[in-house]
Design a protein around this ligand. Structure first.
Ligand SMILES: C[S@@+](CC[C@H](N)C(=O)[O-])C[C@H]1O[C@@H](n2cnc3c(N)ncnc32)[C@H](O)[C@@H]1O
Length: 226
């Protein structure tokens, strides 16, 4: 979809706001849903197994801002193939594109991918981006990636095994999966699980300034095979 058509589609469907995310070396312009709470009821759905899916993609989470800071400060990604899972509005993947990577933005929500695509366009990195609708429970990609980006995706235990399977399948032998988490207590269970499956990690703490001028702490886990 052309940039103007994409914008019109999103504007027709959602009240929008534009935010500038300041990082150490750059600023990222993000167009997001003005108030995600407004869409909680309308976009929540129950699947055939009775599992409720809430539209968490309509918020830009602190973990995405933390991961964007990590990538801004730590990672040169020239020539690397990168997978972002649960990309939401696409902030972390945009920084990865700007750092030289080719990023596959994935999410199971089509409108999340449309926002990510619009944000990629407005930050000038469309040459380095592809967009794929993908559910962690039914992965559909055919290649491996040297980086997997995963910001705020392990909040539900039922997703841990599929996400573990995904990094086992799609991470290159010497690759890194970079998770970002808002220090939820249940995250420990996920990192215990991956430790028992041949992975190890380093942790980096970030205090990030949020859109409402509050701050929040986020931990970035840089995961690799032992
Ligand atoms: C808490 S949001 C985080 C969004 C973004 N990474 C951020 O940090 O702002 C979780 C994201 O994962 C996506 N998601 C949830 N379950 C999924 C699944 N089973 N397969 C693929 N994406 C999923 C949601 O649509 C949403 O974009």
């Amino acid at each position: 979809m052309r940039v103007e058509n994409l914008y019109q589609h999103l504007k027709h469907r959602y009240p929008l706001k534009k935010e500038i995310i300041p990082l150490t070396s750059r600023q990222i312009a993000m167009t997001i849903v003005e108030d995600g709470d407004e869409f909680l009821d309308e976009l929540s759905r129950e699947d055939s197994d009775g599992v409720l899916h809430l539209p968490y993609w309509t918020y830009l989470w602190p973990s995405a801002i933390g991961l964007a800071h990590y990538l801004d400060e730590m990672e040169t990604l020239a020539g690397q193939q990168i997978l972002e899972i649960g990309c939401g509005f696409g902030l972390a993947g945009i920084v990865a594109c700007q750092n030289g990577g080719r990023v596959f933005f994935t999410d199971y929500e089509r409108d999340a991918l449309r926002f990510a695509q619009y944000n990629v366009l407005q930050n000038g990195c469309e040459q380095s981006a592809a967009f794929v609708q993908m559910d962690w429970h039914a992965p559909c990609l055919k290649r491996q990636f040297s980086r997997i980006l995963a910001s705020d995706v392990i909040y539900e235990e039922r997703n841990w095994q599929p996400i573990l399977a995904l990094i086992e399948k799609y991470l290159t032998p010497d690759g890194r999966a970079i998770f970002s988490e808002p220090n939820r207590t249940n995250a420990d269970g996920f990192f215990d699980l991956i430790r028992h499956h041949g992975f190890t990690y380093e942790e980096y703490g970030y205090t990030v300034l949020l859109l409402a001028e509050d701050s929040s702490t986020v931990t970035v886990y840089c995961v690799r095979r032992i």
